[in-house]
Write a protein that binds this ligand. Structure first.
Ligand code: APR
Length: 252
């Protein structure tokens, strides 16, 4: 990453008040959270994760999908926020109108101190009824369930299998979260996109809402993404390195 790009990003950042951030799996990469597209190990190597994260897969084999998510939960549980997460939390502190929208189902932004994070793709540690029998989402406290040998455990209200509260491929996003995300990108004065391939819609379309109004777009991603061609400034370095430097510059 050249210093000129960093300096140019700082000029824009200093002038911004209402920053809309979109984060993706790359933001958690340096925390060791594997993406679906990363190679899977051991027991799970023979499965294609993108095939497991669908309602069709769950219907066909709920136990398999439940156990795969139990494995992913274990991986995420061991992860800790990295310097990029902390830098974004500090940015929210310095610019209180900043809105953080994430596609990540971990809660590492919150663990780093970010507040009011908009989760477009749900949260891996929450559990809900597959039938959403009491409205979407029908969240269930797993710790309060009666002991059972059944996997996945049944919903205490209707008996349908329980599942993680994440958005699978072929599913709609939570409408309220999506609306708040649209509002943020439709009214921001800077869009900051961190660690997403920009391939999964509608999240990938959010930066464009800022771009089409002439609002600057800064991208942090060590590799070119589907959003890079829209970016005014591309900081081609890992989030855990570049975001703390931006914050340092903002504070100076
Ligand atoms: N810092 C910033 N970006 C990084 C880093 C890093 N250290 N390491 C990798 N990246 C970038 C990659 O270059 C890639 O562009 O992060 C991006 C990760 O892309 P994806 O794995 O496609 O993740 P994401 O865009 O969040 O996926 C969107 O698809 O898998 C589904 O529902 C899931 O929310 C997810 C959605």
């Amino acid at each position: 990453m050249d210093d000129y790009a960093l300096k140019a990003a700082l000029v824009i950042l200093r002038a911004a008040q209402r920053i809309a951030i979109l984060s993706g799996a790359g933001a958690s990469k340096e925390s060791g959270v594997p993406t679906f597209r990363d190679a899977m190990d051991g027991l799970w190597a023979k499965y294609d994760p993108t095939q497991l994260a669908t309602p069709q897969a769950f219907r066909a084999n709920p136990r398999l999908v439940w156990e795969w998510y139990a494995y992913r939960r274990d991986l995420v549980r061991q992860a800790r926020p990295n310097p990029g997460h902390y830098a974004l939390a500090q940015l929210q502190h310095l610019r209180p109108q900043t809105v953080l929208v994430t596609q990540n189902v971990d809660e590492l932004h919150e663990q780093a101190g970010s507040h009011q994070v908009i989760h477009l793709h749900g949260r891996i540690f929450q559990t809900k009824c597959f039938a959403d029998c009491r409205g979407s989402p029908t969240l269930v406290d797993e710790d309060a369930l009666p002991p059972t040998e059944v996997v996945p455990p049944p919903c205490p209200h209707c008996g349908a299998p329980l599942r993680p509260n994440v958005v699978w491929f072929n599913e709609a996003l939570p409408i309220e979260a999506l609306q708040r995300a649209y509002d943020a990108f439709a009214t921001c004065d800077l869009a900051l996109v961190v660690g997403t391939s920009g391939l999964v819609h509608p999240a990938a379309g959010l930066p464009y809402l800022a771009k089409q109004r002439g609002v600057p777009l800064i991208e942090v991603n060590p590799h070119e993404s589907a959003i890079t061609h829209q970016s005014d400034i591309w900081l081609d370095a890992p989030a855990g390195e570049v975001l703390p430097r931006l914050l340092e510059g903002l504070r100076a």
